[in-house]
Write a protein that binds this ligand. Structure first.
Ligand SMILES: [Zn+2]
Ligand SMILES: [Zn+2]
Length: 347
């Protein structure tokens, strides 16, 4: 008798997920039938203009001063983090707090409706170039320990403005999900002397069942322990711990793979809402290696085991009591079926 579900363990975090194939839905059942695309009128859109105080602006041919902009980075009007005094940890009884020193920026593309899925490779590449550019700038701030880069597409994914935009938040601590990913990779490396993501990727590339798309430098895969239906992760094929270190060639290739992955979701699942975000090594080690403090240099070395990647999580399910109460997520399609379905989507 066939089991109705399978528990799979994420070998980085140690967490379990449930692949409930017995409740099996076919890929077409994920088409969001009643999904109403998130739209807002262009006439009242705050992102139509080129911001006079934009930090960086690129036109289709590179940096521009004019109105021919394609992508601009501006400070968030309602920032969660801002310039301030860093590295002050306040203690009150058993409790600890620190200042929200850092930065909160918004990366806006010029087209009111065209998201990544509808961009050209060249347009997507300029956005990725902007991401890298801002990373390199923000990591120079001594307060910054981690730079979070993410994109919310659609209302279910938490977007409040429909016009496509990404956010970059530089913060003075390493966030828990990143810390858990770093620790898991480090644990595996200490035991096996190999990068856990390289091992998984080599296996998946050979086995092919979870590969959605593969290019010269990158692979888009549906993870063995997918947390949601149609989760996709994009990894550099050659081990690299920092996103901001990618070469111009890799940047071009990565933008293509990100665009293709999102276009396959867009066409295959009829424009689902999704979040994507980056997991990369913390930045304080960069500062540390510059000051050449031996203890800090050791910290720098400790992140070499990490393998940066992007995670794309379509909103195909809503967390309910079981997920919130246990942290175990239930995916109703196997990653192998999801990859097979997405491979066939022509874009
Ligand atoms: Zn707009
Ligand atoms: Zn690796």
């Amino acid at each position: 008798m066939k089991n109705i579900s399978e528990l799979r363990q994420d070998i980085v975090s140690g967490d379990w997920v449930v692949i409930a194939t017995g409740r099996s839905k076919r890929p077409n059942d994920f088409l969001v039938q009643k999904h109403i695309p998130f739209t807002q009128p262009k006439s009242t859109c705050p992102f139509e203009k080129r911001f006079p105080d934009a930090r960086v602006v690129y036109g289709k041919n590179g940096p521009t001063e004019g109105s021919d902009w394609w992508v601009q980075t501006v400070l968030n009007k309602y920032p969660a983090f801002d310039k301030g005094i860093c590295a002050v940890f306040n203690k009150k009884g058993p409790y600890v707090s620190t200042n929200g020193a850092g930065a909160h920026e918004v990366v806006i593309t010029a087209d009111h409706t065209r998201s990544f899925a509808d961009m050209t490779d060249q347009e997507a590449e300029l956005v990725v170039h902007m991401y890298q550019d801002r990373f390199r700038m923000l990591q120079d701030d001594i307060c910054v320990k981690y730079i979070s880069l993410f994109h919310n597409h659609g209302k279910l994914a938490g977007a409040s403005i429909a016009h496509p935009h990404s956010q970059i938040i530089a913060i003075p601590v390493v966030p828990p999900d990143v810390a858990s990913s770093l620790e898991g990779s480090e644990r595996y490396f200490a035991k096996e002397k190999k990068c856990v993501h390289c091992i998984m990727l080599q296996y998946d590339l050979k086995e092919k069942t979870r590969i959605v798309y593969s290019s010269k430098y990158f692979a888009a895969v549906t993870p063995f322990a997918s947390r949601t239906a149609f989760e996709i992760r994009i990894f550099p094929k050659v081990h690299q711990s920092r996103f901001e270190d990618i070469s111009p060639d890799e940047q071009k290739d990565f933008a293509h793979v990100l665009r293709v992955s999102l276009a396959k979701l867009y066409r295959g699942l009829k424009n689902p809402d999704y979040n994507f975000f980056l997991h990369t090594a913390p930045v304080n080690s960069d500062v540390a290696s510059r000051v050449k403090n031996s203890h800090q240099a050791k910290l720098d070395h400790s992140y070499e085991h990490y393998h940066w990647h992007f995670e794309i999580l379509p909103k195909t399910a809503i967390w309910a009591g079981f997920e919130i109460g246990t942290g175990i997520e239930i995916s109703t399609i196997s990653p192998e079926s999801a990859a097979k379905f997405l491979r066939k989507i022509k874009i």
